[in-house]
Write a protein that binds this ligand. Structure first.
Ligand SMILES: Nc1ncnc2c1ncn2[C@@H]1O[C@H](COP(=O)(O)OP(=O)(O)OP(=O)(O)O)[C@@H](O)[C@H]1O
Length: 252
């Protein structure tokens, strides 16, 4: 069996007395699109922060491509091939869209600059459907377009692993279909994806496997349909606000 590209072993993160991620094991294999799901506050974003290096684990180890990355600075982990988007979109508002992507390209270990950077930036903006906005200031973009731009900047790192934090949230039905197709095309490009997502239609459409967190603990890990019909998973969702839970589980 091939070895995982990402491996978490007994990873724990505490915030004072709160255990946000509690002794979590996880293995992600090349080419997978993994849904990291669970009720609000179950530790999903914290897990992404631990993998990307925005936070260090309190204990446990994280390996990427057989190298230990837990405790490394986030920029070093990014240069090793782990890119991410954020739940609250972060773009450089005073720069144009192309310049935002060029910043990402310059950051790559084989940094690209000047005309070559502009050309690659336009190609990445085209990939995410933003080519017509290349010279528009990022601050003028709509919410969905800021999300597209953040994705183009993440892709500028040529990641092996892409972490998406609720990238599909807040999209209308047409945008959601476009977003699902875009994620499919990134997978076809050979990028492994871990997506934190509450939009269950998208999880069903994209993820072959789901990992479920509840109160920081991993409570399920397996094929999407199986996991989402698991009584322990349904019970965990029902523990949150009932209308949200019913909606999410009904979709599943
Ligand atoms: N920097 C922090 N300091 C203190 N507590 C934190 C911090 N970050 C997260 N937490 C807490 O850790 C727990 C897990 O939060 P996290 O954001 O990882 O959950 P989540 O599953 O991503 O939730 P959601 O689906 O609502 O985004 C929550 O109780 C949250 O309040």
């Amino acid at each position: 069996m091939t070895s995982p590209i990402l491996k978490l072993q007994q990873v724990t993160r505490r915030f004072g007395g709160l255990v946000a991620v509690d002794h979590v094991d996880m293995e992600i294999f090349a080419g997978e699109v993994i849904g990291l799901v669970g009720p609000n506050g179950s530790g999903k974003t914290t897990a992404l922060n631990l993998i990307s290096g925005a936070l260090s684990p309190t204990s446990g180890t994280i390996q990427f491509l057989d190298q230990t990355i837990s405790g490394l600075a986030s920029h070093r982990i990014a240069r090793m091939g782990v890119a991410r988007t954020f739940q609250l979109v972060r773009v450089l508002g005073s720069l144009s869209c192309a310049e935002n992507v060029e910043v990402g390209l310059a950051f790559h270990p084989n940094g690209v600059h000047g005309k070559a950077a502009r050309k690659q930036a336009i190609a990445l903006l085209t990939k995410v459907g933003l080519q017509s906005q290349a010279d528009a200031p990022a601050s003028k973009l709509t919410y969905i377009d800021q999300k597209r731009l953040e994705l183009a900047r993440a892709l500028a790192l040529h990641p092996r692993l892409l972490l998406l934090d609720e990238w599909l949230a807040g999209l209308n039905p047409t945008e959601l279909q476009e977003g699902i197709e875009l994620i499919r095309s990134m997978r076809a490009d050979g990028i492994t994806i871990v997506m934190v997502e509450h939009v269950m239609d998208a999880v069903n459409a994209l993820c072959t496997r789901c990992i479920v967190l509840s109160s920081g603990q991993k409570i399920a890990d397996g094929p999407t349909r199986e996991v989402l019909s698991n009584p322990a998973v349904i019970a965990a969702y029902l523990g949150e606000d009932e209308s949200d839970a019913e909606e999410e589980v009904a979709h599943a």
